[in-house]
Design a protein around this ligand. Structure first.
Ligand SMILES: Nc1ncnc2c1ncn2[C@@H]1O[C@H](COP(=O)(O)OP(=O)(O)OP(=O)(O)O)[C@@H](O)[C@H]1O
Ligand SMILES: [Mg+2]
Length: 427
């Protein structure tokens, strides 16, 4: 069963470029551009539109890692389904990340490109969306391209969405330097997204005088070259290690900006981090609810943005008595993190995105200055708070000599117990 959709009403729910995408039926639809231009949102809308208005569909949604899907595209589909008030019409399966339209049995299935077994098991694909396509290899793309063949009732399409972060990308050679008559390329920036807020626009516009590369990529949506990246070296991991020396949490407060919570586990010179919470328009009470649900222990060491002492008190009053203000020395914090080996869990989608953006200001000749550009650094701030403030305390403990570092091994929870740690509260 299909639905006849009133397109005039639909139009008001979409950006102009997104609405344009609805009608494009070429084999490849390449959606590239700046940050916040509605590439992801519009693509999810288009796929839901086709799910509702066409028959016999099984859309495969994919990106580099399986663990990044749940918090990004899967959540996006759920958000749009609920905004359109269609929750009754879809059954959503959280464990295998599938969404089925109950009326016509059309399906959306998700698999990371690293989950080869799951990918192989998904047959009868009628359309594909590769999110953050610059993260995937040309070989992966070719394999996916081969999967989308045979007879289907409707047009077959592979949608690629991405920021044009590096002109070295295979995508540039494949779809930009060479013209493919089967491909339609759609370019968009925040100016094409009427739903984006003014602050976001401001931040992107201000990039112009700070870092030309960031401005090109994220404001103008032009191919860039990753010039001046601050954290140019980190490793993706599946999970945090269970045998660690320290565990701390970092919180960056925000309302229009995302409010973020990062967990850090330290072993020697290695820092292992996971993004736990990353959401705009949330209150500190929403964050506390989340921490309770996640089972974060009340005696955990939590370093939060010291610019908001009232919020820290709210967190303490909720039982997290060791929540305290973080060290906010940005350059020393960056130096510290850069001097360690950094490991990031694959599901930390926003943190990974921020790590790929966070750059030094550049001078007129394009040389990096020792000043970071303030753009998309909410998760990174929380990361710094978690590991850098903790490091200061660790040094102090070593100096005091109350407890040698080796004694701290094996503490499954906070190593800062009893009087020693209390002495350093608020450091
Ligand atoms: N059709 C829409 N209706 C309502 N809100 C929208 C719509 N399109 C985009 N938005 C809003 O704009 C924000 C940015 O959109 P989206 O995340 O799709 O941009 P993007 O181009 O994928 O950005 P990035 O380059 O960072 O991945 C969304 O979080 C959402 O709040
Ligand atoms: Mg996106």
């Amino acid at each position: 069963m299909t639905y006849s959709i009133d397109l005039s009403e639909f139009e008001s729910l979409m950006t102009v470029k997104g609405y344009e995408m609805l009608k494009i039926d070429s084999r490849y639809l390449v959606g590239y551009g700046g940050a916040g231009s509605s590439k992801s949102y519009s693509t999810a809308q288009k796929i839901l539109f086709r799910i509702l208005s066409e028959d016999d569909h099984r859309f495969l949604i994919t990106r580099k890692t399986a663990r990044s899907l749940k918090r990004s595209v899967f959540q996006l589909f759920r958000d749009i389904i609920s905004q359109w008030d269609l929750s009754d019409l879809f059954s959503v399966n959280l464990s295998d990340l599938s969404i089925v339209c109950k009326a016509n049995h059309n399906q959306i299935v998700m698999s990371g490109l690293d989950d080869v077994e799951k990918l192989k098991s998904i047959t009868g694909i009628t359309g594909i969306w590769i999110e953050e396509a610059t993260e995937v290899t040309e070989d992966d793309f070719t394999q996916l391209d081969l999967r989308l063949r045979g007879h289907t009732s409707n047009y077959k399409q592979i949608i690629l969405t991405f920021n044009p972060v590096s002109s070295q990308s295979w995508i540039k050679k494949r779809f930009f330097d060479n013209i493919d008559s089967d491909a339609t390329v759609i370019h968009s920036t925040f100016n094409d997204n009427q739903f984006i807020d003014d602050r976001y626009k401001d931040v992107l516009n201000k990039l112009a005088g700070q870092n030309k590369n960031l401005h090109d990529v994220y404001a103008k949506g032009m191919w860039g070259d990753r010039k001046g990246l601050i954290f140019d070296n980190f490793t993706l991991i599946e999970d945090l290690p269970t045998d660690y020396e320290f565990r701390t949490y970092g919180i960056d407060f925000g309302y229009n900006h995302p409010q973020t919570l990062i967990e850090a586990r330290i072993i020697g010179d290695s820092i292992y981090v996971r993004e736990l919470f990353y959401k705009s328009q949330t209150l500190v009470t929403n964050l506390i609810d989340f921490m309770n649900q996640e089972g974060i222990k009340e005696d955990s060491i939590i370093y939060a943005d010291s610019a908001n002492p009232d919020k820290i008190v709210t967190i303490q009053n909720a039982g997290y008595r060791r929540a305290t203000g973080a060290k906010k020395d940005v350059l020393a914090g960056i130096d510290f993190v850069k001097s360690k080996k950094l490991y990031v869990t694959e599901d930390s989608v926003n943190l990974i995105k921020e790590l790929g953006i966070y750059s030094w200001k550049l001078d007129k000749e394009g040389k990096p200055l020792e000043v970071p550009v303030k753009l998309f650094d909410d998760a990174l701030d929380a990361l710094r708070y978690a590991v850098f403030t903790g490091e200061k305390i660790k040094i102090s403990l070593a100096v005091v000599g109350k407890r040698k570092q080796s004694d701290m091994r094996g503490f499954s929870e906070s190593p800062f117990r009893g009087s020693t740690s209390d002495r350093f509260r608020g450091f």
